[in-house]
Design a protein. Structure first.
Ligand SMILES: Cc1cc2nc3c(=O)[nH]c(=O)nc-3n(C[C@H](O)[C@H](O)[C@H](O)COP(=O)(O)OP(=O)(O)OC[C@H]3O[C@@H](n4cnc5c(N)ncnc54)[C@H](O)[C@@H]3O)c2cc1C
Ligand code: FES
Length: 510
């Protein structure tokens, strides 16, 4: 049986910090210790600022633990889209900012001696089965218009994969995200930074007396606040109409070392498939020797969160897709899933929180590129707090509106409006008896929707199925054993505790 966890969680030591147990103060309070929050906290500490970093769980509790960690300057939505939405200067800046983010990760690994298998690799964009060669010709032209180094090839010069016509993007990279995060956390603390785990922020108020209040009743007074919780809990509507949550799936298959060339591979399908390799050892995978092996990581099969309930089928599709293209792939070792926030114009929202005080910043809208967007957040928000000009400020401004994104905006918000029909639909099952152990389902009781989870021992846990953010009905996600909201990305564990915003609180008792 494959492990239902990510390769990263399985192969990294997870340090633990103490919770905040008293009121405190700092120059900057950063909320969220994923790659965005931790990079921001670290870069500010490097400049001598006192920083308090809090997380509702531990370092690397969120989506950074379930990523696939391609470090790429090739924008996921494609340069054709970037040119249409942001113009040639915007497309060029977008590429440049992601390339600088990869360079910055490389530099931090060197400066702080972080052993996280950081590796420079080439990236290859190849055709989906039904896509025409003209798709990559268009992309080639657009990439060149954005000053991107790119080459068209009849076949990628790699072992173990027959790509057909493709584009080659040199100087991309990859790493082990949790080992990187742990290394940055250590470096941050060596520079005087404070990390408080198991410390949930409930409010973040800017202005002269800026303050983050925690669920345990403590206050952190700060000159500036950075909310890097993947999806901001301190913004009710403004940002959440401009981004949408998508669930994505990943598998890890064992391959012998050197059977497949280490590179980033992705195709032109929609949703697209994304592939890379990660070195590990037999021992790390539970074996009894240190022989090196590779894990071929393949991701894809995305769908709007909580709007599909067929995780098994999606994992199977990924496995057969991978075996068809990578015939050397061996046993399935891992399968996991996570959520990405897709913005209507393909780039993250990083900077001052719209409609808020000047000293409250957010980093959200990873658009499937959260490793680099998170690093850009660290660089850009540090500049904003340090009152330095940054050429990316306008491109990533959370308040921006791109007219070319209007159709996508309408489509996503109509989709959200449609989710309210769930108030009127039947439950997933008629009776609690139909729910098998370690499973969840929505039932209707006296006209109310209840999220019911039956644990391994058969005990029933009941919560209101109404999302505390704006009232959509959550759905059971069998791949992650979580309750996910189909509207703006809130997620709750099987017992109803919130672990991903925008909901500021847990599901109500049933
Ligand atoms: C399967 C998959 C594959 C992906 N592949 C790639 C890829 O190849 N390349 C890439 O660049 N990106 C990829 N991504 C996206 C990327 O992983 C994420 O965008 C990125 O990890 C998000 O980082 P973050 O720091 O913004 O958020 P997170 O890592 O989610 O961190 C947020 C933190 O905030 C904490 N938190 C939340 N609410 C509160 C609160 N109220 N108070 C205190 N703390 C709180 C959470 O506990 C968490 O630790 C992928 C994502 C998935 C799911
Ligand atoms: S996340 Fe907005 S209603 Fe649930």
């Amino acid at each position: 049986m494959p492990k239902s966890t990510s390769l990263w969680i399985d192969t990294a030591h997870r340090p633990s910090a103490a919770p905040l147990v008293e009121d405190t103060s700092a120059d900057v309070c950063v909320v969220g210790a994923g790659i965005a929050g931790l990079t921001t906290a670290y870069l500010l500490a490097r400049e001598g600022r006192s920083v308090a970093l809090i997380d509702a769980g531990e370092v690397g509790n969120g989506q950074t633990a379930v990523t696939t960690a391609h470090l790429s300057s090739v924008i996921d939505d494609g340069f054709t889209e970037m040119l249409r939405l942001h113009g040639p200067d915007g497309a060029r800046l977008a590429h440049e900012s992601h390339a600088r983010a990869v360079d910055r990760i490389d530099m931090i690994c060197g400066d702080e001696h972080i052993d996280c298998h950081f590796e420079r690799v080439d990236g290859y964009l190849f055709l989906g089965k039904k896509d025409k060669e003209s798709t990559i010709d268009e992309e080639l032209e657009a990439a060149r218009a954005a000053d991107v180094k790119v080459m068209r090839l009849p076949q990628a010069p790699v072992k173990g994969f027959s790509s057909g016509p493709c584009l080659r993007f040199p100087n991309q990279a990859q790493f082990h995200p949790l080992r990187y995060l742990n290394g940055v956390a250590d470096a941050f603390m060596r520079r005087g930074g404070r990390i408080y785990s198991q410390t949930r922020a409930e409010s973040a108020d800017g202005g002269d007396r800026a303050c983050v209040k925690t669920a345990s009743g403590h206050a952190i007074r700060a000159g500036s606040i950075v909310v890097a919780t993947n999806s901001p809990f301190n913004d009710l509507v403004a940002i959440h109409t401009k981004q949408a949550p998508y669930t994505t799936y990943a598998i890890g298959l064992r391959v012998a070392v050197s059977e497949v060339t280490h590179a980033l591979y992705w195709d032109t399908e929609d949703p697209y498939h994304y592939v890379r390799l990660q070195q590990t050892t037999n021992r790390e995978l539970g074996g009894d020797n240190d022989e090196r092996v590779d894990i071929l990581i393949v991701g894809g099969e995305d769908h709007k969160s909580a709007q599909a309930n067929d995780a098994e089928k999606r994992f199977e599709c990924l496995v057969s897709w991978a075996r068809e293209r990578f015939p050397k792939a061996g046993p399935l070792e891992f399968r996991w899933s996570g959520q990405v926030m897709e913005t209507v114009d393909g780039l993250g929202y990083i900077g001052r929180n719209p409609l808020d005080a000047d000293n409250v910043y957010i980093a959200t809208g990873d658009s499937g590129m959260g490793m680099t967007h998170g690093t850009i957040a660290g660089m850009l928000i540090t500049d904003l707090i340090q009152r330095r000009a940054n050429p990316w400020t306008e491109l990533y401004d959370p308040a921006r509106v791109r007219t070319g994104a209007a159709v996508e905006w309408v489509k996503e918000n109509l989709n959200v409006a449609l989710q309210y029909k769930d108030w009127l639909t039947r439950g997933d099952v008629k009776s609690i008896d139909e729910i098998t152990p370690n499973n969840g389902a929505i039932i209707v009781e006296a006209g109310r929707k209840i999220a019911v989870y039956r644990d391994e021992r058969g005990t029933i846990h009941r919560r209101s199925a109404v999302c505390p953010h704006l009232g959509c009905i959550v759905g059971w996600n069998p791949a992650a054993s979580s309750w996910d909201c189909p509207c703006h990305g809130s997620r709750f564990d099987r017992f109803g505790a919130v672990f991903n915003g925008p909901s500021p609180k847990d599901l109500d008792p049933a």
